[in-house]
Design a protein around this ligand. Structure first.
Ligand code: BTN
Length: 326
């Protein structure tokens, strides 16, 4: 792609101007075509200084998602190495499922700048305005069906690790995998098995993170927050996506090596409500007890009047008794 070649050339000379003539010769395109591509890149958010005498210089890359920028900052081996990035999708999970059925490789990552009908857990809709990180990864790991729920736990730990690493911000995990800050939801994860797990071993891991927009863009009933709201500035979505994919890739590899206990402990370190009196909503039923932790299978362990009970993520929700988290 000519546009990527121009960027490559400019990025290779960060301190210098690259003349239009040089670009034209190296890429075999006319000066007029270069001018059009530079204009299109500026419209995408690249800051490119142009001087009639000296040529062009790349000053800044956009904070919004961009395939070229994302590929440059990726440090993974498989996750995100094949990317499908669209301006708008109905849902990145839906697109990732279609691509998985068509043979999409392990690590294929689908991103959209905006989702028209994002999907949440428990058949809910997920509001996905521009500025968020809406991303689904196709995973074909060497794991059994029983380990599928562990991958969603892995994704929640990957997100909190990336956020702490990049912005020195500590956020919590509300079982099973809501990312929360001060009782407000910052991110959610939707894991979906494709076809017969045992036959094709494919999982779609959808991650939705409220990033560069004020929380007024979301319905107030959601009790949601955004990174912009917490940090007070916008962040580079490409760097955030790359960091999450790096942490997730490492966790998937650990799980393949059966190192679940390590992941369980990292998850517990960030869990909200641990040791507290909580309520579990199971359709019409409410079970009350003390949140003791998660089992080796990733199920929530609750100490109730009738002894210890375990709940798997499928249809249940965790609520605080005091209303400090939703
Ligand atoms: C939840 O309800 O907490 C899970 C929300 C998951 C939302 C993400 S956004 C990217 C991916 N595509 C979707 O349609 N859903 C997930």
């Amino acid at each position: 792609m000519v546009r990527h070649d121009i960027l490559q050339l400019l990025a290779a000379h960060p301190e210098e101007y690259v003349s239009g003539e040089r670009i034209s010769q190296q890429l075999n395109v006319t000066r007029a075509a270069i001018w059009k591509h530079i204009k299109a890149l500026k419209d995408e958010g690249f800051e490119i200084e142009g001087q009639t005498k000296n040529g062009y210089r790349l000053l800044k890359t956009p904070l919004s998602l961009n395939e070229w920028v994302l590929q440059r900052v990726l440090t993974t081996t498989s996750l995100g190495r094949t990317i499908c990035l669209e301006d708008e999708l109905v849902s990145t999970n839906v697109r990732a499922k279609e691509l998985a059925y068509q043979g999409g490789v392990h690590g294929l990552t689908v991103l959209a700048k905006h989702q028209s009908v994002g999907q949440g857990r428990l058949q809910r809709q997920w509001e996905s305005p521009r500025g968020g990180l809406w991303m689904s990864v196709v995973l074909r790991p060497d794991l059994s069906l029983a380990d599928a729920s562990k991958l969603t736990l892995a994704a929640s730990v990957a997100i909190v690790d990336a956020i702490e690493e990049l912005y020195q911000l500590r956020v919590g995990i509300k079982w099973p995998n809501d990312i929360v800050y001060n009782g407000h939801k910052l991110a959610g994860i939707l894991g979906e098995v494709v076809g017969e797990w045992n036959a094709v071993q494919t999982l779609i891991l959808g991650m939705g993170i409220n990033v560069n927009f004020p929380c007024e863009r979301l319905s107030s009933s959601l009790r949601a927050t955004t990174l912009y709201e917490i940090l007070g500035y916008e962040v580079d979505l490409n760097i955030l996506a790359a960091a999450i994919l790096k942490h997730l890739e490492n966790k998937v590899i650990s799980l393949e090596k059966k190192a679940f206990n390590e992941l369980r402990l990292s998850w517990l370190e960030r869990a909200v409500g641990l040791g507290e009196e909580v309520r579990i909503l199971q359709r019409e039923r409410v079970v009350q007890g003390v949140f003791k932790g998660i089992s080796i299978d990733g199920a929530l362990l609750l100490e109730t009047e009738n002894g210890e009970k375990s709940f798997s993520a499928g249809e249940v929700q965790l609520r605080s008794k005091t209303g400090t988290y939703f």
